[in-house]
Ligand binder design. Sequence first.
Ligand code: ATP
Ligand code: ZN
Length: 715
Amino acid sequence: MFSLSNTVQPQVTVPLSHLINAFHSPKNTSVSISASVSQNQHRDVVSEHEPPSSEPILNLRDLGLSELKIGQIDQLVDSLLPGICKDKNVSSHWHTSHVSAQSFFENKYGCLDIFSTLRSSCLYRQHSRTLKRICSDLQYWPVFIQSRGFKTLKSRTRRLQSTSERLAETQHTAPSFVKGFLLRDRGSDVESLDKLMKTKNIPEAHQDAFKTGFAEGFLKAQALTQKTNDSLRRTRLIVFILLVVGIYGLLKNPFLSVRFRTTTGLDSAVDPVQMKNVTFEHVKGVEEAKQELQEVVEFLKNPQKFTVLGGKLPKGILLVGPPGTGKTLLARAVAGEADVPFYYASGSEFDEMFVGVGASRIRNLFREAKANAPCVIFIDELDSVGGKRIESPMHPYSRQTINQLLAEMDGFKPNEGVIIIGATNFPEALDNALIRPGRFDMQVTVPRPDVKGRTEILKWYLNKIKFDQSVDPEIIARGTVGFSGAELENLVNQAALKAAVDGKEMVTMKELEFSKDKILMGPERRSVEIDNKNKTITAYHESGHAIIAYYTKDAMPINKATIMPRGPTLGHVSLLPENDRWNETRAQLLAQMDVSMGGRVAEELIFGADHITTGASSDFDNATKIAKQMVTKFGMSEKLGVMTYSDTGKLSPETQSAIEQEIRILLRDSYERAKHILKTHAKEHKNLAEALLTYETLDAKEIQIVLEGKKLDVR
Ligand SMILES: Nc1ncnc2c1ncn2[C@@H]1O[C@H](COP(=O)(O)OP(=O)(O)OP(=O)(O)O)[C@@H](O)[C@H]1O
Ligand SMILES: [Zn+2]
């Protein structure tokens, strides 16, 4: 209750809210103050039986304002509330307000925020302590800050400034659901409307307006609440879904899943694969290997036969050979022939970044296999898990996996019906403990196929495509020395693609040759524009090689000559060994050197010593390599005899110069031999060069026709 004394006379008490109202109605300030004062005299004199109201009772004297005259209050109000627009046509009756207390006053009196106005007024500085107390008390004044739950979602006293500031701020920044979230206050329940009216002494005349305002505000707030609740619900749903997805992702990610798997032993499931559709029939060109594995197949088909005889089969079989020669295929064929489950594992997948995963995977693999015996366990790239164990502080656990493998191999008896087949390209890298008897004690070599094996493999894959009857797999096989099964399969595949691109019905020799050259020398560089001069030099250079090969007895037969640039070369002459040369004679080696010299000799004879080109560099590398092997490896030097020199860098200077001297003599003699042949067959050389310029590529037959002086059919 606020007492307003107008000199020393008896105290007059008025509700502070009325004082505030009075402050706020600048037009009829004096009247309203006196009216409100008189109006409330009878009503607001506190009767002894009336319970004291909860409002703070302030005394002007306490506030240091007692000497204020009524008239002075006008100035006080005027100077207190400079922000009030005097001429604002603010009627004194109630507005129906739909928003909070703060904006309620804004609606009614046009003043934004009394406290900040007070603060900004000059008087505040003079009586700042008093007014500060008024401000701070007023802020908790329930009437002043209407506790209308419907206005701000919660009904509880709030600090007006912070409310207005927060409202102003969130008004502009936060979406509705955030607004509700942020501005939501926790607090006491909203009082009932009647009780509210009673405690706030709403005048009779204003009660309807108040109720209307309350109801409208309630509906608005309801809508806002609904919107806020909806958006809150949506937010919660989104957060929940994200949470579920996040947890699922975490469980899926290898890091956790591996750790989870390792701890609970739920290691990668080892699924056997039935290899019914792969048999030895699918593996070509490696007959010896197939024979060695035949007995393993017999054992897997009926292990009893072996146990009765008491024989012991090897537990582990090691397939050794270059990449792509059919090791995996052979292992699958063994399981397919015996019709037993095939467990495939690659050595590299055993070792993960987490300690113990490799060993646990090996344990699971063997446990599964034993449960499904008889069966085949195939470990590809065995060298990556069974490599030599290194004692290094960097990899203290690298031995765990291989030790586990050794333990598992020792853990079952030879005739338990489980065969472990390992494949490696690098047998020398394997740990010795792995290849001792009782472990991988049977070694099967799977070499690159020879010309016969290559022919078989080519036939096998040609039968899978449409090819012309003129195709001779043997010719292709002779031109693909050193190709593995996988490379031959790729060659046939490339030829089929080439025929398809050219719109052909079937694959012919041309496509096969094309794909062979592509694999050997790289794709054709048709886009390269070679000027005529260079073309002519290339034509005579390549013809030089071809003439030497044609007229040298021990040289390999010519397969093809071309001046089509491929890869780094501008032209190429390919030779075709009758079959794989397991051993080469001295004459054959010399012949190869002479063929290599043919290019440079042709350039010198045709264009002169000043116009020889760099195009012969790879030819000289090849010739020098052959000569060096003849002197240091094959004992084909009269002067140095049969001693071999593996590391010439460590030899005495005399020996080194002797070796170089011998190599030099071999090369010089070879050059002279080539020169002699080309001088002798200058005419054929010229014809062949011109035919190459005309046709670009000539095969063996066409070359023969030209060298015999016959006319080539026009293509
Ligand atoms: N001797 C062969 N007979 C038939 N096809 C073969 C032969 N060798 C290889 N292939 C073909 O090449 C493919 C790859 O062969 P495979 O994977 O068995 O070779 P690998 O020796 O295991 O190679 P890596 O050592 O790289 O694992 C096979 O799927 C098969 O199509
Ligand atoms: Zn050359």
